[in-house]
Design a protein around this ligand. Structure first.
Ligand code: WT7
Length: 633
């Protein structure tokens, strides 16, 4: 949706909350449906039971691919920049991407994939990852992408939870100086996963892998087979609007990650609409999103959102700091990128390398900037604005979640006013509300509270896979008739929203969501650990760091050796992304008489704010606090 003025945005916003169904009806009409819907929306937040565009038939890949072919088939859909800058980049036009998706869809069918099957994808950031995702959607299979940094155990947990029958992976992948042994990690995971009958392996890194007869096949061989079968076409499966499109696992405040479920129709409408609206995307602009497709950002804003709008999306295999900290700027110059969408942690990290390296590159093609994952602090905001945007690019600080499917609160580029540190105003169709502890609405401006959403939007999660009750409890039971985000939030005097961070036991480390309970469970697996408590603390680059308090009475004499062992355990159980930054050994944890750990106190100590620990009188043994304070790292 394009806007020419702030006034117009305000009018449309008002209309969207007074007549939401009419608003979404109009938005949805700009997509291609095989059959239109009978009801725009049926909902209740108690169950919850949410149905958008009921009765409609579609396939999201016809919107992302087929519908662009007649007029824009030769336009680049995906530009791919490899990890190693000396390797050639690739460009896939809409026509080429369409053909490759069809081919791989036929490969999936040849390997027994059917509508409704769950397929796990564990791949590096190569175009074939996007192709695999779209091929699943084309045949109506449900993809469950697992980020390449997760361990074999995490993959196994996700495969078992979703009962996947096929895995798509690669021999290995490159990220900076690292070689990721993806297939070997999958082999370790599959020892626990009898449901998996086929593993399709793309050649990427050419590292040695073991191929199990009858189970493992090479991507390239399978493509050759379908080539000899003739037609590269694969008709898209007709899906109901509310059929499942994908599962994406995310961490919560309990130990086990949950499978967030998105459905075909609503998710398509929402990602396409929000992509066009927030960035005010114009045909022909080159859009670069630095996220990995393993996270929701990559699903919604590398694959589905941009492609449904006929955009040109640049995907990058590597990391911003390799071969040096100029890599993103080099890519911007090389491809004349217009829109750069990245994360605060990347901005802060690149900031620390100084501006000389930035000045080596021509960034004049940039017209819009974006940020996601955590609050963009003011210092980083100004650096991004001045050094990268040269003061002429709006910064679209998009607040949203895996569960929301797409942007919720976000500036509209060149339309809504910007405030550093603020996500700003809700997009049309989104109804945020702040509530106090008791769920009472906090009205007016200049207030803070817990951020909830009071009306459905098409991109919202429908359930958590295999456990609807968990979905109800996590998001819909804290406050009656509201979706609870888990975030704290301030609404300033002008009604602009500033997200202040999670209010539950979830950490945001470099924009990745990590549950403290999950990390504790992993640490507790180590044989010398009796108990642990994990909290976050402010970290200059990562936003939040992971601080672990660990009881380990019979550890090695060398604490650092025990620390390394614990880090190894966390890497094995979850993945390197969850490794604690600090491990403090303690003899006890501050607990209430009922045995509950008082995390508030641990958080204060981790933050280095030991002078204001607040009331410790309800502790079972207030003495442990002094010991922990003294040993703080
Ligand atoms: C949590 C969601 C949404 C894609 C990336 C993370 C935090 C996200 C912002 C922002 C402040 C933000 C929130 C949210 N968050 N974007 N622009 N400003 N905080 O997805 O892993 O589902 O995490 O990330 O705390 O609840 P996610």
């Amino acid at each position: 949706m394009k806007f020419t003025s702030f006034e117009q945005y305000k009018q449309v916003y008002q209309h969207s909350i007074i007549h939401p169904e009419q608003f979404w009806d109009d938005v949805a009409k700009s997509f291609y449906w095989r059959k239109p819907w009978e009801n725009t929306l049926n909902w209740n937040f108690t169950e919850p039971d949410i149905k958008w565009f009921q009765g409609a038939k579609l396939n999201i890949t016809e919107n992302c691919l087929d519908r662009h072919l007649a007029e824009n088939g030769d336009r680049p859909a995906i530009i791919w920049e490899p990890n190693d800058p000396t390797e050639a980049h690739r460009v896939l036009t809409y026509k080429q991407l369409h053909d490759k998706v069809c081919q791989f869809s036929n490969v999936l069918k040849n390997n027994g994939a059917k509508k409704g099957d769950r397929i796990c994808i564990y791949m590096p950031m190569v175009p074939e990852l996007a192709i695999a995702v779209l091929a699943c959607a084309r045949i109506g299979a449900v993809h469950s992408v697992v980020f390449g940094g997760f361990s074999a155990q995490s993959i196994a947990d996700r495969i078992k939870d979703a009962e996947c029958n096929i895995v798509i992976t690669a021999d290995g992948g490159f990220r900076g100086t690292k070689d990721l042994p993806l297939k070997s990690v999958i082999d370790d995971a599959l020892v626990q996963c009898p449901s998996v009958k086929k593993v399709i392996v793309l050649t990427r890194s050419r590292t040695a892998v073991s191929m199990i007869k009858g189970r493992d096949v090479w991507w390239e061989d399978e493509i050759k087979k379908v080539e000899t079968q003739g037609s590269p076409e694969c008709p898209a499966e007709e899906m109901d609007a509310e059929d499942m499109l994908f599962i994406l696992y995310t961490s919560g405040s309990t130990g086990k990650p949950k499978g967030v479920v998105h459905t075909c129709g609503g998710y398509m409408v929402y990602t396409g609409y929000t992509f066009e609206t927030a960035f005010q995307y114009q045909q022909g602009e080159v859009y670069f999103c630095t996220a990995d497709i393993g996270w929701i950002t990559g699903h919604s804003y590398i694959v589905y959102g941009p492609l449904s709008q006929g955009a040109t999306a640049l995907m990058f295999e590597g990391v911003p700091t390799w071969p040096d900290a100029g890599r993103l700027w080099e890519i911007v110059e090389k491809f004349k990128v217009n829109i750069l969408y990245t994360a605060p942690t990347a901005i802060r990290s690149l900031m620390s390398f100084g501006t000389d390296i930035v000045k080596k590159y021509d960034l004049s093609s940039l017209t819009k900037l974006g940020s996601v994952g955590e609050p963009l602090n003011e210092e980083a905001w100004h650096w991004f604005d001045e050094q990268i945007g040269h003061g002429k690019c709006p910064i679209v600080d998009t607040w949203w979640q895996t569960e929301t499917g797409g942007f919720m609160i976000s500036p509209v580029a060149n339309v809504t006013p910007l405030k550093p540190g603020y996500a700003g105003l809700p997009l049309p169709g989104v109804q945020p509300i702040l509530v106090d502890e008791n769920g009472k609405e906090i009205e007016g401006n200049g207030v803070s509270g817990n951020l909830c959403i009071k009306f459905p939007w098409p991109g919202m999660l429908r359930t958590t896979y295999g456990d609807h009750e968990r979905c109800r409890q996590t998001y819909f039971s804290t406050y009656a008739n509201l979706y609870f985000t888990g975030d704290g939030c301030l609404r300033d005097d002008d009604g602009y929203y500033r997200i202040t961070g999670r209010v539950d036991d979830v950490l945001n480390v470099s924009g990745h969501r990590i549950g403290t309970a999950e990390v504790e469970n992993a640490i507790n697996m180590h044989s010398s650990v009796v108990e642990s408590a994990v909290v976050g603390y402010p970290h200059d680059i990562k936003g939040q760091g992971v601080y672990a308090f660990v009881i380990s009475p019979e550890r090695h004499e060398d604490d650092d050796l025990t620390r390394k062992d614990i880090l190894m355990t966390v890497t094995r159980i979850i993945g390197a992304i969850a490794k604690p930054d600090k491990i403090q050994f303690v003899s006890g944890l501050p607990k209430t008489r009922s045995g509950k750990i008082m995390r508030r106190i641990l958080r204060k100590i981790a933050e280095g704010d030991t002078a204001n620990l607040g009331d410790t009188s309800t502790l079972l043994d207030p003495g442990v606090v002094d010991e922990i304070k003294e040993g703080a790292l």
